[in-house]
Design a protein around this ligand. Structure first.
Ligand code: BTN
Length: 254
């Protein structure tokens, strides 16, 4: 039986030894007409992009860096849901590999409170129609502490560090793409609700006391829920429920 069980995702692969960023390469391919499910993958990135303008450490030959081109029939306002779909698939693939992965809102995937994977979704759309989505995922598979820059070495981990053994990248990648496609299909067929339910089961953030930084302001409270669009609902000391659409979460008492 073939390693890869998907019908579209990753059946056409653009493989590189080195790229500045798979998201940028995929964005250009998609703008030139690449099809739903095509994937750009590379051994290393020289300018890997994280959320909020941050860099993504991308050493050669150790980890997984890819971007999938998606052409979903979704209104542009619902495109952010895809990031939570990907977080669920990532957490499940890591759990299948025997790690106790959890999701930190909105879409950091962690093992033991340290970040093991990240998702960067970029969109090309008109007000009424999505042209394409680039879903970029980085997973630290075989990197050791020496491969991370000093400022992230204390907050990052890899699957191999968590398991204490080397990880087979091809097997992990095939497993992740299989789950990712299953969740993407379910999301398109049924909607966001099953994704939201599974996300809540896998969440490291809910029921925790958190400090949320959004742009210039800070918000402190207990993370109670995510709403039907994926926003975090935080109960403040004053008793009000605040809705946070984007921000950085710090867990105050893990
Ligand atoms: C985050 O800040 O958590 C998101 C990190 C996303 C990194 C991946 S690696 C593959 C793809 N290409 C990029 O330049 N970034 C994403």
């Amino acid at each position: 039986t073939p390693l890869l069980s998907t019908h579209d995702l990753g059946q056409s692969i653009h493989f590189h030894d080195s790229l500045p960023s798979t998201n940028e390469a995929a964005f250009r391919l998609a703008a030139d007409g690449a099809e739903h499910g095509e994937v750009v993958i590379t051994e290393q990135q020289t300018a890997g992009k994280g959320r909020r303008g941050r860099a993504w450490a991308s050493p050669h030959g150790l980890n997984l860096y890819f971007s999938a081109i998606l052409r979903p029939e979704l209104p542009p306002q619902r495109a952010p849901e895809l990031t939570l779909v990907a977080a669920v698939a990532l957490a499940e693939a890591l759990r299948e590999a025997d790690a106790e992965a959890l999701i930190k809102w909105p879409n950091d995937v962690q093992i033991g409170g340290r970040k093991v994977a990240g998702i960067l979704t970029e969109l090309s759309a008109e007000p009424e129609r999505v042209h394409f989505v680039v879903l970029g995922i980085g997973v630290n598979l075989n990197a050791g502490p020496e491969h991370f820059p000093p400022e992230v070495a204390t907050t990052a981990t890899s699957l191999s560090q968590a398991l204490g053994r080397r990880v087979n990248r091809a097997l992990f990648t095939a497993s992740l793409w299989g789950r990712l496609e299953e969740w993407l299909d379910l999301h398109l067929e049924v909607g966001f609700d099953p994704v939201r339910q599974r996300w809540k089961e896998l969440s490291a953030t809910l029921r925790q006391e958190v400090l949320v930084r959004t742009g210039g302001s800070e918000l402190r409270g207990v993370a109670e829920d995510i709403d039907t669009s994926g926003a975090l609902l935080v109960r403040t000391a004053g008793g009000t429920l605040e809705r946070v659409l984007a921000g950085d979460v710090e867990q105050l008492r893990p």
